[in-house]
Design a protein around this ligand. Structure first.
Ligand code: 13P
Length: 253
């Protein structure tokens, strides 16, 4: 049976707090009348907008997530944001290990694992990102990379943990190069297989999102794949009309 799709937007370091109310007004307009039993919606927003976004997101029943967390609950970590701080303002979801965090901020499999472990311990739902670079794919190492990244994550979860995986091939992020439906399906099936080997039936309820140049024009083909359970959308989530169209299409599959 198909899992309920999750359409997630990742604003990255874009937009402004003052633009957040108008964004949700436009998203509400673009998603009016759709069957919300058929799709979950999430937006990962910059930390300064979390409170504003959480208030306005109620209008469209969207989950608001942060884009990264620190694995420690408190301490001398200038500039970081802890999980208790997020919980205190009502945030219950986070991205972890996005490829931009891995690439620009030296996040490693072990720091991704530490963050995943802490978020689960504090009841924060992590969307943990994995994916190979273009060089790794061309060298025939996609499965090896995905297995290494997944093993680090699966070391810190349990059979009843609530988490989501986002498969984001680095070569498809922000490049306009979307993985073909078949390439996405192949990677998602591989990831689900790795989860099944270790945790059996957890694999059946795990949602695996695809990310990398997703927009309204390619969402239907991706969601038609057996193991694609939603999308993590960067650039095309900045336009609420376009993002809303993608959510609407996902709800009608
Ligand atoms: P784009 O949709 O802009 O390719 O970004 C994908 C992504 O990194 C989402 O987290």
């Amino acid at each position: 049976m198909k899992r309920k799709p999750l359409i997630a937007g990742n604003w990255k370091m874009n937009l402004l707090n003052s633009k957040v109310p108008a964004y949700f007004t436009a998203l509400e307009e673009a998603t009016r009348g759709i069957d919300r039993q058929k799709v979950d919606v999430l937006l990962a927003v910059p930390a300064p907008f979390l409170t504003t976004a959480r208030e306005h997101a109620q209008r469209v029943q969207a989950i608001i997530a942060t884009q990264t967390i620190h694995d420690k609950a408190d301490g001398a970590f200038t500039g970081e944001i802890s999980i208790p701080m997020l919980q205190d303002i009502g945030i219950r979801w986070t991205l972890i290990g996005h490829s931009e965090r891995r690439q620009f901020y030296n996040e490693s499999d072990s720091s991704v694992a530490a963050k995943t472990k802490s978020s689960l311990a504090f009841d924060i739902h992590p969307i943990v990102c994995v994916g190979e670079t273009r060089g790794e794919r061309e060298a025939g190492k996609m499965e090896e990379v995905l297995r290494r990244q997944m093993d680090a994550i699966l070391d810190v979860v349990e059979g009843n943990s609530e988490f989501t995986i986002a498969y984001e091939p680095v070569w498809a992020i922000g490049t306009g190069l979307v993985a073909s439906d078949a390439q996405a399906q192949e990677a998602h099936a591989f990831i689900r297989g790795v989860v099944r080997q270790k945790f059996g039936s957890l694999a059946d309820r795990l949602r695996i999102l695809y990310g990398g140049s997703v927009k309204s024009s390619n969402i239907q083909g991706l969601l038609a794949q057996a193991d694609v359970d939603g999308a993590l959308i960067g650039g095309a989530s900045l336009d609420p009309a376009e993002f809303g169209k993608t959510v609407s299409l996902a709800s009608s599959i």
